[in-house]
Design a protein around this ligand. Structure first.
Ligand SMILES: [Zn+2]
Ligand SMILES: [Zn+2]
Ligand SMILES: [Zn+2]
Ligand SMILES: [Zn+2]
Ligand SMILES: [Zn+2]
Ligand SMILES: [Zn+2]
Length: 333
């Protein structure tokens, strides 16, 4: 078994700034169909050199376990080319990115988390164990019997013919199945990496989005929030201690802040970064000041600034006529 010592992870889609160890060899032990299955997740490449089928499975960084070589080829031929994990291909990089994104190591193991209290460590253990026990599974690619008709994909509703490949998920029961390319997370719509899914309320989800159904995730450090106290703004959550200005990192708990693009800023940073200037008087429009905006032009929302360019009548609350970046009362033209 080969380990990638340095998985090449680029553009890791995560809001946290620190670095984490890679989840090499992270193991999950779900109970699937009454038997104790074992799903190992990691960066080990498949090693199939003792396979005598003549199919070159070595060209893949991962193959579905327990599937015959010709079916492996059939499975991958159903996926978009750029997501097939050929060794040293964009598809392999995509897979590694998705492993870290869909199955965050810090959702499972205390050693990948920063500064948990003893109580939070216990909660993470329980949270992780319960999710594995109750929701985790791995999709199984199978070829539908030739005689089978009228099989529908759970995701797109389209037909899957006898003789074609479908993915089954034992947590969802024996009959629901998916086109291989339709076996995606209900939240992020990404192909479920290595066919690993979590099943909840009739949906299949990636690990990240399953965890977020149950607990909030901190937008700053990306860890699950176990504390009862957290900050919420625009549908996002933060640990109290991580709710800080995106620019200067000043703690914003109990402070005034402004959200922009899902990130909080202190008023000072926001004004210096995103200040807008009044078209009439040329002065900066402070965050505390009401403003008028029309087609990308801004004014102080005052009688002096938001007024007719010709007769200076206030246009606050009045209809106005825009012309070449200026505004006029209806009498003026
Ligand atoms: Zn489908
Ligand atoms: Zn997802
Ligand atoms: Zn945090
Ligand atoms: Zn700031
Ligand atoms: Zn002004
Ligand atoms: Zn006028």
């Amino acid at each position: 078994m080969l380990f990638l010592e340095r998985p090449c992870v680029m553009n890791l889609e995560r809001s946290e700034r620190g670095e984490r160890p890679s989840p090499r060899g992270l193991e999950m032990e779900p109970r699937v169909g009454g038997k104790m299955g074992k799903i190992s997740v990691g960066f080990q490449r498949s090693s199939t050199s003792d396979d005598d089928s003549g199919c070159a499975l070595e060209e893949y960084a991962w193959v579905p376990p327990g599937v015959r070589p010709e079916q492996v080829q059939m499975y991958f031929s159903c996926l978009p080319e750029e997501k097939v994990p050929y060794v040293n291909s964009p598809g392999e990089k995509h897979r590694i990115r998705q492993l870290l994104y869909q199955l965050p190591p810090h959702d499972n193991e205390v050693r990948y988390c920063h500064s948990l209290t003893e109580e939070e460590k216990r909660e993470l253990h329980m949270f992780s164990a319960q999710r594995k026990r109750e929701a985790l599974g791995r999709g199984t690619p199978k070829i539908l019997p030739r005689a089978l008709q009228h099989t529908r994909c759970e995701n797109c509703g389209g037909g899957i013919n006898g003789g074609e490949m479908a993915i089954f998920a034992s947590r969802a029961g024996p009959s629901p199945c998916w086109h291989p390319a339709c076996f995606v997370c209900a939240t992020c719509q990404e192909l479920l990496v290595d066919l690993i899914y979590f099943y909840q309320n009739g949906k299949i989800l990636c690990g990240r989005h399953h965890a977020e159904l149950l607990k909030p995730r901190c937008s700053s450090c990306d860890e699950i929030i176990f504390s009862d106290e957290c900050t919420e703004a625009e549908g996002r959550h933060w640990h109290m201690k991580h709710f800080a200005c995106f620019e200067c990192e000043t703690m914003l708990g109990g402070q005034r802040y402004i959200m922009k693009d899902g990130r909080p800023y202190c008023c000072g940073c926001f004004e210096s970064l995103y200040a807008e200037y009044c078209e009439a008087c040329g002065e900066n429009i402070g965050v505390d000041h009401a403003q008028m905006t029309y087609e990308g032009v801004h004014w102080h929302a005052t009688d002096q600034c938001f007024c007719c360019a010709q007769c200076k009548t206030s246009l606050l609350g009045c209809p106005f006529l825009p012309k070449q970046g200026r505004i006029y009362c209806s009498k003026g033209l």
